[in-house]
Write a protein that binds this ligand. Sequence first.
Ligand SMILES: [Zn+2]
Length: 378
Amino acid sequence: MEKCLYYNQEIYASDVHEEFSLQEKIREAYREHRLFCSSCGGEVLYKHCTERESHFAHKDNTGKCEYERYFKTVKKRSDEAKKIITTFYLQFKDKYMNYQINRDVRLVSKHYTDISIETPTKTVAIEFVNEYKAPKYMDEICKAYEDTHLGYIIIVIDEYRGETIESDFNYAKRYALNKGNGILLLKSPNDNSIQLIKQDKSGFSELSVFSYRTIFSDIDIIDNQHYSDDFIVAYNKFVNDREIAYKKQREEQRIAAEKERIAMVAYIKSVNDQKCSTNNQKTAYGKVLNDQQVACESRRKEQDLKTRKQPTEQDYKVKLYSMLEKCHYDEVEHDCKNDRQKARDLLWLYRYNGYAKRTIEKNLGDLIRDLEQEEKEP
Ligand SMILES: [Zn+2]
């Protein structure tokens, strides 16, 4: 037990441990049977320890003392944790010399508060928990404090393990991160450091908790709502840096997206241009082909006109003569019956060419007579 009653005054074992004169006084009081349990009233003695924490113990332990039972069951703690609480108590006494500092005090029913600090305007309860404290216990004591409108601070005895997001923490720590001022006080069991941890809820990135390592003398848990000015300055910088980094990232993403969009537009345009130019090429090519065809056609017609001589009178007479020579009389008859000019050519040959006259008379006599008859009857 941490405390006893001496002439109705509470004496703390940690104070006796620190101060030899007090220890002398307590030993004398014990001999005079003047040390009593503040809870059951039984006689107690002081046990000065060097390895463990110095403490008071019932002279006749009946196991019925509520105070003793509470710390053996509900607040069962390691020697290490007890030592840390005592260290805090002694440091609080130094730091808040004008305030009343109490230990194992009953502020809410069925519960002993580890340390309370009474200022002229308020009482602040300080609870020490280790990381394994059950959520039910946390809920019950925190609700009890809230119901009595007492200020309370939870100090978790544990190492900071580099957690970066709130959900990495266990219930007791998450409780501190989400309630009140949202600052988790973490006391390392292995050195003098205290970690102040606060969650940035602005959600600028995955990383969401800011951790600040300091020592006890730099924090003020009573009069500073953030416990430390340096801490809150660093925290604000952390939040601000995250916001800047977030905005920078967003801006970079926006620029990248814009670049991509521009590239896409350019790509679509190039595809369209290509299609267009292919169509134009096709049209132009078609036009060239068509022009060439037209030109070719007209050239051929011109050529035809030049090369294909219209058969002249003379030409046919020559052909007629040749046909007569080759004895193609049927062909001659056919030509002359259907073409008056050709008929006139035949008559010309008959009249002015001796060889033709004889051949025609012999082979085409009837035709000549018909033609001569036709001449007379226009
Ligand atoms: Zn007792």
